[in-house]
Design a protein around this ligand. Structure first.
Ligand code: T3D
Length: 263
């Protein structure tokens, strides 16, 4: 698929996906949402992709929904907001959680509205020290979508999730780190290097094992202990059948670094 608003690159086993509408802070219009969904599908269907890195071009990560598209200035009929959420955002969030590869989000600048919540749905969020997170929805009469009302309270607790959602304040990456919302904060000039190094590292790890960890952690967000213990038993059984498990144990016994093949 030809893509205008998304750059897709395969780099040493890592699919790097860049949101690319820098003039409007990478805000998401319908074509961009379609292209992002197709880029995620391309990464998912490529077995040589063992980690996925998401970032933004220019000074922002993503300013959420394109408000020019949501409410056209020329007075033409706006698309239904419910429909935008259904066809643009929900499929992106589902893919980020269901695609069983580690997702690393390099938040290079402001992440607002759906842009913030696309980042928070990823497995690792590394932010530039000049980035920010804004649950901007309340400022225009909307509610956090793109999984915001699901992930935020689980990441930071109900009190902080409520404050962020109802006040829409700009959250610094340092505060986000302190709250447990993100994984790391790095200087802006180091962001892409550090995020790629993490993605590259993950791409050399036991890919099936990491996929099963993601599946177990997804389920833990709603399971009780008994169900989770049963799931762990089942998934550990699968992990123990992989080539990489045998290689990991063998490498340990032979006192050498493992060579994981991702199977
Ligand atoms: O249909 C639906 O609405 C349902 C889906 C909802 C999901 C959502 O994401 S709702 C939330 C939508 N996003 C926002 O409300 C954020 C809007 N943007 C901002 O508040 C600010 O731009 C930022 C705080 C993110 C950054 O501020 P600043 O001062 O660094 O930049 P700026 O000057 O405001 O923006 C630069 C340009 O990007 C500017 O265009 P211009 O004046 O240079 O031609 C601005 O209009 C444009 N831009 C930024 N965000 C959006 C946008 N254009 C359209 N839509 C945007 N979301």
């Amino acid at each position: 698929m030809e893509r205008e608003y998304i750059v897709y690159e395969w780099i040493e086993g890592v699919a790097k996906i860049t949101l690319n509408r820098p003039d409007v802070l990478n805000c998401v219009n319908r074509p961009m949402a379609v292209e992002l969904q197709s880029a995620l599908d391309e990464a998912d269907s490529d077995e040589s992709v063992r980690a996925i890195l998401l970032t933004g071009a220019g000074r922002a990560f993503c300013a959420g929904q394109d408000l020019e598209e949501a409410v056209p200035k020329d007075g033409s009929e706006p698309p239904s907001i419910k429909e935008i959420v259904r066809v643009s955002y929900n499929p992106i969030i589902r893919r980020i959680r269901k695609i069983e590869r580690p997702f690393i989000c390099a938040v290079n600048g402001v992440a607002a509205g759906a842009g913030a919540n696309i980042a928070l749905a990823c497995d690792f969020v590394i932010a530039s020290s000049e980035a920010s997170f804004i649950q901007a929805f309340c400022k225009i009469g909307l509610i956090p979508d793109s999984g915001g009302t699901y992930f935020l309270p689980r990441l930071v607790g109900l009190a902080r999730a409520t404050a962020m959602s109802m006040l829409g304040a700009k959250i610094s990456p340092q505060l986000a780190l302190q709250y447990g919302m993100i994984f790391d904060v790095v200087p802006p000039e180091k962001l892409q290097e550090k995020a790629f190094a993490l993605a590259k590292h993950l791409s050399t790890q036991p890919t099936v094992g990491l996929a099963l960890i993601k599946r177990a952690l997804n389920a833990s967000l709603h399971n009780d202990l008994e169900s989770q213990l049963e799931l762990e038993e089942k998934l550990q059984g699968k992990a123990g059948l992989t080539q990489d498990y045998l290689e990991g144990v063998k490498a340990f016994q032979e006192k050498r670094p493992p060579n994981f093949v991702g199977q």
